[in-house]
Design a protein around this ligand. Structure first.
Ligand code: NDP
Length: 501
């Protein structure tokens, strides 16, 4: 029998006041996994109220103790890694090795942020005046709305929830509607780890119906969003108007450059992994390959040969290279780019089809696709497709390759394959991307460095690593004057204060 999934508000598992549900299904075969409660704005109000009520208690709970709860959550995630990965593959399609990686990333982030319970460093700096102390400390922002997508059902929520918690914020968590089960699992883990009621509240339901209400709610102080550029831009607009803090992590149009001195076989491995992992549904997926003319023919031949051999299938089956995309809508969106590409003059060198018979026809599968004869300004080279489609663009030298890399509105991840250290350093310096790889693909970020992009990929914030701490806290500068007299900064001389040497 299918499971039933509920909201988590003020420490209790509850149905929405609407009494309605939505289905959680396996994108590889349409099987029903669970029904989930479909929330209304009244449920959002309750969740925000619970988070506000819990805020002071949590803010004042010692940070090292908050960190210990996270540490226990990390241990539970380790114990459940395989179980969670299997459920994730069923819920959103990516293959088991990748869902294990998704859970592992969540574990890494949880342990990293657990350690922040005993760090959260501020500065103590000298004052210009005698007998005066100057220091800074972090202060939680308040109640955080964490709005997450479906492509990393566990990892991305931990990127938001763990730093927010360790810094003393409370949370309303609104996951994507395609993955309610993994969201419930994460909340269960934190509950079992000892998180007090109301600190983390979960609201399941449609972003289109609840989103604006949550984002503009007076009880919400910070919105942390990962998803499409359209939704991110909308949230930024309506929340920015209210001077709320907003952190947006949006799209990418990531490119891998292959120079003529590169190890081509290594580049082929990196391209296949970066373009087709998670069926291309990663914000860091490589959807452009910029090939130096001297290597283009060999590279394309090898890529096409390997792509044609990749096997579509259920992500739980051994031997599957690529799972389904997440939904019918996503499949239609991805596939719509094939005629767009052809009309603009591109050639489908491999793939390009939606399987229409056998077991694959029951799921949302799209063949891994290589497009050639692509020019940098074509739509397939500019727009985020978010599926297993990679476009090959040719360039004559490293300068032109860098211009192509930088020619989209996005700036998330990019990479160069070269054995020439000068070209590598030129690329590292000039690429307009938040994440740069040398001799590796565009995916595979680790949680201890900042994650995020330049230009329209975001609004200037970074997730992960130390940078995440800045999103979920405000800086407070504190001056303590123990001179017992009025001392005026920038005005009183040391002679006047009687402390000149
Ligand atoms: P969305 O940006 O619409 O969804 C991301 C999250 O935002 C989900 O939790 C969604 O809820 C929620 N949401 C939707 N509308 C609102 C709103 N008005 N206010 C607040 N929250 C809202 O992405 P989609 O899932 O629709 O995917 C569409 C495209 O977005 C993809 O094809 C891809 O190009 C891009 N995308 C990029 C991602 C990335 O990592 N860069 C991740 C996901 C998508 P709900 O699920 O209920 O709609």
């Amino acid at each position: 029998m299918a499971m039933h999934l509920q909201n988590h508000i003020d420490g209790r598992w509850v149905d929405s006041v609407s009494g309605e549900t939505f289905d959680d299904t396996d994108p590889a075969n349409g099987e029903l996994i669970a029904t989930a409660t479909k929330s209304t704005t009244a449920d959002v109000d309750r969740a925000v109220e619970a988070a506000r009520k819990a805020y002071d208690g949590w803010r004042l709970y010692p940070a090292p103790k908050r960190g210990e709860i996270l540490f226990r959550a990390g241990q539970i995630l380790v114990e459940r890694k395989d179980e969670l990965a299997r459920e994730m593959t069923r819920e959103m399609g990516k293959v088991l090795a990748e869902t294990r990686g998704d859970v592992q990333e969540g574990i890494d982030m949880t342990y990293y942020m657990a350690g922040e319970g005993r760090r959260q460093f501020g500065d103590v700096v000298p004052s210009e005046l005698p007998n005066k102390w100057a220091m800074s400390m972090r202060h939680p922002v308040g109640v955080v709305a964490a709005i997450t997508p479906w492509n990393f059902p566990l990892a991305i929520p931990t990127w938001k929830i763990m730093p927010a918690l360790v810094l003393g914020n409370t949370i309303v968590f609104k996951p994507a509607s395609y993955i309610p089960l993994l969201a419930v699992r994460l909340v269960q883990v934190l509950e079992e780890a000892g998180l007090p009621p109301g600190v983390l509240n979960l609201v399941l339901g449609s972003g289109a119906e609840l989103g604006d209400h949550l984002v503009t709610h007076p009880g919400i102080d910070l919105i942390s969003f990962t998803g499409s550029s359209d939704t991110g831009s909308h949230i930024n607009e309506i929340a920015g108007k209210l001077l709320k803090r907003v952190s947006c992590e949006l799209g990418g149009k990531n490119a891998i450059v292959v120079m003529d001195d590169a190890n081509v076989d290594l580049a082929v491995e990196g391209i296949l992994w970066s373009a087709f992992g998670t069926s291309g549904q990663r914000c860091t997926a490589a959807s452009r390959v910029v090939a130096d003319r001297g290597v283009a023919t060999e590279l394309v031949d090898k890529l096409v040969g390997r792509t044609k051999k990749m096997r579509l299938g259920h992500g739980l089956d051994d031997g599957t290279d690529i799972g389904p995309v997440v939904s019918k809508a996503q499949l239609e969106k991805v596939h719509s780019y094939i005629p767009i590409a052809e009309k603009e003059g591109a050639t489908v060198a491999a793939g390009g089809k939606v399987p229409s018979s056998g077991a694959l026809a029951k799921g949302f599968f799209h063949e891994p696709t290589i497009l050639t004869d692509v020019k940098p300004n074509m739509r397939v080279a500019q727009e985020e497709i978010f599926g297993p489609v990679a476009s090959v663009i040719e360039a004559t030298n490293v300068e032109e390759a860098i211009r192509v890399v930088n020619s989209t509105k996005y700036g998330l991840s990019c990479s160069i394959y070269t054995q020439d250290v000068n070209k590598a350093f030129q690329f590292m310096r000039d690429a307009e991307c938040g994440i740069v790889y040398v001799n590796a693909g565009t995916i595979g970020a680790e949680i201890q460095l900042p994650f995020g992009g330049m230009k329209s990929t975001g609004n200037g914030h970074r997730e992960a690593g130390r940078a995440a701490m800045d999103v979920y806290s405000e800086w407070k500068s504190i001056y303590v004057d123990f001179s017992g007299k009025l001392q005026r900064a920038q005005m009183d001389t040391l002679e006047k204060t009687g402390t000149a040497p």
